[in-house]
Write a protein that binds this ligand. Structure first.
Ligand code: ZN
Length: 176
């Protein structure tokens, strides 16, 4: 298993729409392991493939509590098939936008259709943190970030901050 480097805002990859996975094979299962290891290492509770630079419709998550056994889950070609009218507000963060958190309102419950690592089609009815996490990660597959739900003022502030951080990370040019 390999820990992969994370794609960080304002990398334009984060705005790319990911393509459906066409075949579930050993290469894909290996990639899912890499994604999980990268997520646990960060640490985070969810990760979309695009966040490690692969524009595939695939995500991993583990929303188990600290005192519970690990519960890694892999969702391939996930699709929200129904949403509750009732909303839920949850504080969200993102491994691609480190150390920034904000409250986001989303449907409290969603039903998601997906393919598992055996290539079988499955359906999950999610609520609570699982519903929030699934919606956040599925957004990534469509190039949408949680800061898109904030006011333009807040979003611009975050983007500006991360543009500056990215600039500071670049090595200084040699002069002369
Ligand atoms: Zn995220």
């Amino acid at each position: 298993m390999t820990i992969r480097p994370l794609v960080i805002l304002p990398d334009p990859l984060l705005r790319q729409v990911s393509k459906p996975v066409e075949r579930v094979d050993d290469d894909l299962r290996k990639f899912a392991d890499d994604m999980l290891e990268t997520m646990y290492d960060a640490p985070g509770i969810g990760l979309a493939a695009i966040q490690v630079g692969e524009p595939l419709r695939m995500l991993v998550l583990d929303v188990s509590e600290k005192d519970e056994p690990k519960n890694p889950q892999v969702f391939i070609n996930p699709e929200i098939v129904s949403r509750s009218d009732e909303p839920n507000v949850h504080e969200e963060g993102c491994l691609s936008i480190p150390d920034y958190y904000a409250e986001v309102e989303r449907p409290a419950r969603v039903t998601v259709k997906y393919i598992d690592l055996e290539g079988k089609e499955r359906l999950v009815e999610a609520d609570g943190i699982l519903a929030t996490c699934l919606q956040h990660e599925i957004d990534h597959l469509n190039g949408v970030l949680f800061i898109d739900y904030l006011s333009k003022l807040k979003r611009d502030m975050v983007v500006r901050k991360f543009k500056k951080l990215a600039k500071d990370r670049q090595p200084a040019r040699m002069v002369g």
